[in-house]
Design a protein around this ligand. Structure first.
Ligand code: IPE
Ligand code: IPE
Ligand code: MG
Length: 247
């Protein structure tokens, strides 16, 4: 196990959990077995994030574009999410984890919506790790919904177009109140955002790992944090000023 004491944990880590299908294929298994194993990796990752004192962990669970997959796979993924919340909500609550869900809730199946709302409601007052589940999430959709809500305020005379600022836009995003991710990790060797947190990633650091999500381990998590710790974040300023700019 890697030494962790020298690491300052980032406040917010977001993960694009990719490669379940390829993990399964490599073993001659159906894709669904990759998704099943992925759930165990999620459990372990949430525990590690909590242990390390990370305050926010965002997990990309299902994108607004993932509906394009075959119906059987979509239904399998929805089933796994439901099963995960049913089986793990009590334990997450016990761990003092607060759950937030981002993504479009309109037109979601009512059984899923009910479970997501229950998870948020049950854990609302918890104060350890905030686990942000990105479900039916797409950044362009999120931004379009935020713009719609601002436009409505302008239309109805509550807001002047001139007064729109980045802070006002942020407050209408699904992530309102959640700090921007410091570190975004993507597994499976793909090096793209796939419509994840486009606005919020303005100054995020990226770590792309070749391993598939079911193989993501505590050690790989720690090695990504080590890479992050070596990065010089400048936020457009100069090195010595970076910390000041960040506050
Ligand atoms: C990530 O694994 C899970 C979701 C996108 C829901 P994939 O299912 O995308 O696996 P690959 O990328 O096809 O290997
Ligand atoms: C991104 O992975 C979405 C999730 C991890 C939930 P995808 O597998 O859907 O991304 P693309 O299609 O390879 O870009
Ligand atoms: Mg994929």
């Amino acid at each position: 196990m890697l030494e962790t004491s020298f690491l300052t944990a980032p406040e917010h880590v977001a993960i694009i959990m990719d490669g379940n299908g390829r993990w399964a294929k490599q073993r001659g298994l159906p894709r669904t077995m990759g998704h099943r194993r992925a759930v165990e990796t999620v459990r372990q990752t949430v525990r590690t994030a909590g242990d390390l004192g990370i305050k926010y962990l965002t997990l990309f669970a299902f994108s607004s574009e993932n509906w394009r997959r075959p119906e059987a796979e979509v239904s399998d993924l929805l089933g796994l999410l439901k099963a995960f919340i049913r089986s793990d909500l009590a334990e997450l609550h016990r761990q003092n984890v607060r759950i937030r869900v981002i993504g479009d809730r309109v037109n979601l199946r009512s059984d899923i919506l009910k479970l997501l709302l229950e998870a948020e409601e049950t854990t609302r007052a918890n104060t350890a790790l905030t686990l942000v589940i990105a479900f039916n999430y797409g950044s362009r959709d999120e931004i379009a919904r935020a713009m719609m809500s601002l436009a409505k305020d302008v239309e109805e005379g509550r807001l002047r177009a001139h007064d729109i600022t980045p802070a006002l836009i942020e407050a209408r995003l699904d992530t309102a109140g959640i700090p921007d991710p410091d570190l975004i990790i993507r597994t499976s060797g793909e090096e793209r955002l796939s419509n994840f947190l486009l606005w919020q990633a303005a100054y995020s650091e990226f770590v792309f790992l070749p391993e598939f999500w079911p193989d993501f381990s505590r050690e790989l998590f720690l090695s990504a944090l080590e890479k992050f710790a070596l990065r010089d974040r400048r936020f457009g300023g100069l090195s010595a000023q970076a910390a000041a700019v960040n506050t």
